[in-house]
Design a protein around this ligand. Structure first.
Ligand SMILES: Cc1cc2nc3c(=O)[nH]c(=O)nc-3n(C[C@H](O)[C@H](O)[C@H](O)COP(=O)(O)OP(=O)(O)OC[C@H]3O[C@@H](n4cnc5c(N)ncnc54)[C@H](O)[C@@H]3O)c2cc1C
Length: 305
């Protein structure tokens, strides 16, 4: 029989890396399985992080690297592979990856979340050549140009404010006639002269062949369609939990694992940490807190087992 780990941690974003740090310090026999070549998760695509205590204004990539170096420094073991499913019985969990299967007494699912797509014509074809899901990553390519942000939540407002610093003009396409994002962001956005809000409107098509030429928007009240000449389209319409393949493993709510601060799911020995669990606030600071809590719960679970 192969090695049976105390814990397999799936994902090496902030939650997975914090779990790895706590697991090493608790002297658990742990491995982290990450599908990407680089650790850090969504933080890697963040231009600047200004709300993580102690490191004001740090680049997202640098913060991700700091987290990973900390885990490496404590001796954490990483495997580059993609987990496709988890088989569980009373005691042992089988974590099935594309390249092999790992057995463990407990599992921390810290697979995070991904950007939601619009599902309109042109979106897929023009992704990476004018269509982006991360203004902080790709905004610089549109310096002096005209862009559109689709969405009306905090991320959309932040993206539009960020782009307005670089772009000649920024349209914000919002399906309602008021924003639901934070008031402070709304105030800032509405004060910017190079930002035009296109209220009551949805994106219908992104037009272009080898680059974006226009965004077709439709007014939901009048049905009127307009082609906005833009060089780039930034899509900020929400996120989806990375939990496909894990359906039926434990109780979920819209794909998020139902778990409280202790990160315990409805399935014994299965813990969910970070953006992939039900929670009020999906941020780095809450993800790392989950990593710590998940391992604390696991220590208790392994003792009582
Ligand atoms: C553009 C942007 C800007 C942001 N800005 C900020 C900010 O300024 N401040 C802040 O606090 N938060 C910010 N956030 C949110 C923050 O990044 C997330 O809340 C945080 O990264 C969540 O951490 P996580 O570990 O739960 O998940 P993630 O960061 O999503 O990491 C999940 C990891 O799991 C891996 N994974 C997924 N599925 C599998 C699988 N099947 N097998 C193996 N590995 C897998 C992924 O590759 C990834 O590395 C931002 C997010 C985005 C997208």
């Amino acid at each position: 029989m192969g090695e049976i780990y105390d814990v397999v941690i799936i994902g090496s974003g902030p939650a997975g890396l914090a779990a790895a740090i706590y697991a090493e310090r608790a002297e658990l026999n742990a491995i982290v399985i990450e599908k990407n070549v680089v650790s850090g998760g969504q933080v890697l695509t963040t231009y600047e992080v200004d709300n993580y205590p102690g490191v004001q204004g740090i680049g997202g990539f640098d913060l991700g690297m700091k987290f990973r170096e900390h885990a490496d420094g404590l001796g954490a073991t990483f495997v580059e592979d993609e987990v496709v499913k988890i088989e569980t019985d009373e005691k042992i969990k089988k974590v099935v990856c594309a390249g092999g299967t790992y057995e463990a007494r407990t599992v921390v699912i810290a697979t995070g979340a991904s950007h939601r797509k619009l599902g309109v014509p042109g979106e897929e074809q023009l992704t990476g050549i004018g269509v982006s899901y991360c203004a902080t990553c790709d905004g610089a390519f549109f310096r002096g140009k005209t862009t559109a942000v689709v969405g009306g939540g905090d991320v959309a407002l932040e993206d539009a404010i960020f782009l307005a610093r670089l772009c000649k003009k920024v349209y914000v396409i919002h399906r309602r006639n008021e924003f639901r994002g934070a008031r402070s962001l709304q105030k800032k956005l509405l004060s910017l002269e190079n930002v035009e809000i296109v209220w009551d409107s949805v994106a219908e098509e992104i037009i272009g062949s080898d680059h974006v030429e226009a965004l077709k928007v439709s007014n939901v009240k009048t049905g009127e369609k307009t082609d906005l000449a833009v060089d780039g389209v930034f899509i900020a319409v929400g996120i989806t939990p990375n939990s496909s393949g894990f359906e039926g493993l434990a109780d979920m709510d819209h794909g998020y694992f139902k778990a409280g601060e202790d990160c315990c799911t409805s399935s014994k020995g299965i813990f969910a940490a970070g953006d992939v669990r039900t929670k009020q606030l999906r941020q780095i600071v809450t993800a790392v807190a989950d990593g710590a809590n998940a391992i604390t719960s696991i220590e208790r679970y392994l003792t009582e087992e």
